[in-house]
Design a protein around this ligand. Structure first.
Ligand SMILES: [Cu+2]
Length: 291
């Protein structure tokens, strides 16, 4: 049994695989050959990890083992030498009801916690601050309406090993400017795009949402641990899709406030951002013109 689990985790599908890495500190997703889910650092990511590790993986593993045992048994029991005259049975009502009913029951059992979790990700209540994330071909823009309404453009820092070594950053993961957020603060994330579909995906936070041109999507996060976190654009958005990583620096609240104080003079005000604001998009959208 344990051996089988080892094999499964080797394939990156075992709950044990993700539990084994759960002990690592910040930026756990930088560990070579890491498998499974990253260490969760938000309430949503905790719930997702629990759902995956303690509900889905046991159910999936049990089904896989059950089917494997059945197949091996059938191959052995009904091989030609042991069973020269095959039975012509084609129907068995009890079996047919069971192999329809049991999977339905399993799906219903999985659906309840799944829908609860889906609702939790969607419900943005009592947020303490708002940031707006705008996807561009091919970089991310971050606006801070609550901290002086400035914006930051974050582009990939290094695409080759040499560039990465020179700047002492992570290849394909680090960005030139950092997306800075406060820890232990409920943050409303508003997302949109200036051109095509992108996806702001941060596994450590349990956030993965499309940024859609002309639409404002919402998510929330509450990061429990200061540190550096990495993510990627996860919607195929064109030529340099693979080269628009996300680097989030999470600071303790007081440090964040000090940073924001400086940032508001260091960075340009949102009015100078390249993306048209969502309200402008809506005002000139063809749908409104028709009305
Ligand atoms: Cu993209």
């Amino acid at each position: 049994m344990r051996k089988l689990f080892t094999i499964l985790s080797g394939l990156g599908v075992s709950a044990l695989g993700s539990l084994a890495i759960a002990g690592h500190a910040v930026a756990a997703n930088l560990e070579p050959w890491r498998m499974g889910l990253p260490e969760p650092v938000t309430p949503l990511a905790h719930q997702m990890a629990n759902f995956h590790n303690y509900w889905l993986m046991p159910i999936i593993t049990a089904i896989t083992i059950f089917v494997l045992i059945l197949l091996v048994y059938v191959c052995w029991r009904f091989r030609e030498s042991a069973n020269p005259v095959p039975s012509k049975t084609t129907h068995n009502s009890l079996l047919e009801v069971l192999w329809t009913g049991v999977p339905v029951l399993i799906l219903v059992v999985m659906a309840f916690p799944s829908l609860k979790l889906l609702y939790a990700t969607d419900e943005v209540e009592d947020s303490e601050m708002t940031v707006k994330i705008v996807g561009h071909q091919w970089y991310w823009e971050y606006q801070y309406p609550d901290n002086g309404n400035f914006f930051i453009e974050a582009r990939i820092a290094a695409t080759t090993e040499e560039e990465a070594k020179e700047q002492n950053v992570n290849r394909l993961m680090s960005t030139d400017e950092k997306f800075v957020l406060p820890a232990n603060t409920k943050i409303r994330l508003q997302m949109t795009s200036a051109d095509v579909l992108h996806n702001w995906s941060m596994s450590d936070f349990g956030v993965r949402m499309d940024t859609v041109p002309g639409r404002l999507n919402e998510a929330w996060t509450l990061i429990e641990k200061p540190g550096v976190y990495y993510g990627f654009c996860s919607e195929l958005c064109g030529d340099a899709h693979a080269f628009m990583p996300i680097e989030v620096h999470v600071l303790p609240k007081e440090e964040f406030n000090a940073w924001a104080e400086q940032a508001r003079t260091k960075y340009d005000p949102v009015e100078q951002a390249r993306a048209p604001s969502v309200s402008q998009d809506v005002a000139t959208s063809p749908a409104q013109a028709v009305e």
